[in-house]
Design a protein around this ligand. Structure first.
Ligand code: DHB
Ligand code: MG
Length: 221
């Protein structure tokens, strides 16, 4: 099997399961034109995140790493009218694209795109005793993942669902010769998840348009 067949199957599923969406297509194009890395979640992954967020009836969503706002829109659309999503992005051009994308998607009333270091912004929320989130999606710098887990748990309550993107990294996590900081970050996250009490967790490999990667899904008990 080759990467081509994974892409073909993703397209087949998209064609049958997902509606045409000019807003999401426009945001993907805008992100490309602005020179952002083409690493946003795929449409099917975005739809899966939306299914999860709706399943837990999320009214407060946190996203760590907005990039151009593509996954943010999928998640923002899972919210009820009185729901709220906070996303954060450190890269100024990406922050600008995400801010505009959220406006174009008509989600400006419920989505805030914060600019800054996610670890600092999350620490400030903990300090301010922010209400816990119902759903959290972590899709930011991979070396930061172990720290993001600690911070996410402090911003959670029993029943919070947390999803981490990119836990497989094209199988690089199992290559003993690979010592990239991002790969080490994911390995450390997975070791920590396995040793954390009071959570139910799984790791899922995925193939598709984005190649071979995966989600860790964590339910806080
Ligand atoms: C990379 C980052 C991501 O969040 C992703 O989904 C895919 C790739 C990267 O940094 O290479
Ligand atoms: Mg990612």
């Amino acid at each position: 099997m080759t990467f081509e067949i994974f892409k073909e199957i993703d397209q087949y599923l998209e064609d049958r399961l997902l509606a045409e969406d000019a807003v999401l297509d426009g945001v993907a194009e805008f992100s490309d034109r602005a020179g952002l890395l083409p690493i946003a979640v795929s449409p099917l992954m975005g739809a899966f995140l939306q299914v999860l967020a709706k399943s837990v009836k999320a009214k407060r969503i946190l996203e760590v790493g907005a990039l151009g706002g593509y996954s943010t829109i999928w998640l923002g659309r899972a919210l009820p009218d009185d729901g709220e999503l906070i996303t954060m992005e450190i890269d100024p051009p990406a922050h600008e694209v995400a801010t505009q994308s959220i406006e174009v998607a008509g989600l400006g009333d419920r989505v805030s795109v914060l600019h800054g270091r996610a670890a600092d912004l999350m620490a400030e929320m903990i300090e301010a005793r922010a209400e816990p989130f119902d759903f959290i999606f972590v899709d930011a710098d991979k070396p930061g993942y172990p720290q993001y887990l600690d911070l996410c748990l402090k911003l959670s309550r029993p029943g919070t669902l947390i999803v981490f993107d990119n836990i497989v990294r094209g199988a690089r996590i199992v290559d003993p010769a690979n010592d990239e900081l991002g790969v080490i970050g994911i390995r450390t996250l997975l070791d920590k998840l396995g040793a954390t009490e009071g959570i139910t967790v799984s790791g899922l490999q995925m193939v598709g348009k984005k190649g071979h990667d995966g989600f860790a899904v964590v339910l806080v008990e």
